[in-house]
Design a protein around this ligand. Structure first.
Ligand SMILES: NC(=O)c1ccc[n+]([C@@H]2O[C@H](COP(=O)([O-])OP(=O)(O)OC[C@H]3O[C@@H](n4cnc5c(N)ncnc54)[C@H](OP(=O)(O)O)[C@@H]3O)[C@@H](O)[C@H]2O)c1
Length: 266
């Protein structure tokens, strides 16, 4: 497979690393194009991939073209690449909020997969949700599955509406988790635990609890009930969460992210 990355930032690098790691492409068949020379130098040195400052040079002769720039840079990229892609080239966009209709129109191109990945992809623990246009062949769909599977789990959806929803849940989700970890560590320090110890306790508790949900197959609510003895310490904490409207707060936050994802898509 020959693949080009338009934008070699955080997510672009995560994908490059995963693809090379799983042997889906040789370094010389992976091209990265970026406006930042420092970024290109870094990617070339670390991964041995081919680099260029020209997006047009990058896409030439590639089977897959990954759009990995920030949403605000999409318009300039579409102006540059519009009408320049061969109809059989697969465009794989990870740009939050960028609708397939927008990409189709801007690129004058139909063979498109739209993906919402997340940052744990950097360590092969990502969650990617994706959809594709009818022009994407079965073989190309297999390729998308393999590329995203190299970064963690992948889930195909046949309706694009789920991508904006996934953006608010799994795309932004790592930040929610980091906030919970930060808050718990701060709370632990406040009651007297040394920070290092607090961090270790919180992190292992979060990871262990996540794995318990996964391995036991039990509902989180059921597992929560099992930790909560009537009149005990957990019940006391949960009562406080309830009084302060924790569940509603989470709902409002996710809804705000979802609304923003829809607004980004125009
Ligand atoms: N990070 C996440 O958690 C996450 C999760 C899911 C999806 N995404 C999506 O992934 C995309 C990339 O995010 P990221 O975090 O990897 O962003 P990033 O680190 O800023 O990477 C984007 C790169 O593209 C470069 N660039 C800007 N304009 C360009 C152009 N015209 N041609 C080529 N390269 C250009 C940027 O250079 P400069 O920095 O010099 O402008 C930067 O190096 C975004 O659209 C985002 O919505 C991100």
């Amino acid at each position: 497979m020959k693949i080009a990355f338009i934008g070699g930032g955080v997510m672009g690098e995560a994908m490059v690393s995963a693809i090379l790691d799983k042997g889906l492409a040789k370094p010389e068949a992976v091209w990265a194009s970026d406006v930042s020379q420092a970024r290109l130098k870094y990617l070339k040195q670390k991964y041995g991939v081919a680099v260029t400052e020209s997006n047009l040079e990058a896409i030439s002769g590639k089977d897959v073209v990954v759009l990995a720039v920030k949403p605000l840079n999409l318009a300039e990229v579409m102006t540059e690449l519009g009408g320049q892609l061969k109809s059989t080239q697969l465009v794989l966009s990870i740009i939050a909020g960028a609708r397939i209709g927008t990409l189709r129109l801007g690129l004058k191109h139909g063979c498109i997969a739209r993906v919402m990945p997340n940052t744990p992809a950097q360590i092969g623990e990502g969650m990617s949700v994706w959809t594709a246009t009818p022009e994407v062949t079965e073989q190309q769909r297999g390729l998308v599955g393999a590329i995203l599977g190299a970064m963690g789990r992948e889930l195909y959806v046949d309706d694009e509406k789920y991508i904006d929803m996934a953006t608010a849940v799994s795309g932004s989700g790592p930040a929610y988790f980091f906030l919970v970890v930060e808050s718990l560590v701060d709370a632990a320090v406040e009651i007297g635990l040394p920070r290092d110890m607090a961090r270790e306790l919180v992190l292992q508790t979060m990871l262990g609890s996540g794995r318990l949900i996964q391995k036991s197959g039990e509902e989180p609510a059921e597992l929560r009930r099992k930790v909560t003895s009537p009149g005990g310490t957990t019940a006391e904490a949960l009562l406080q969460f309830e009084k302060e409207g924790f569940t509603d707060l989470v709902k409002r936050a996710v809804k705000a992210a979802y609304d923003k994802a829809k607004r980004l898509g125009g």
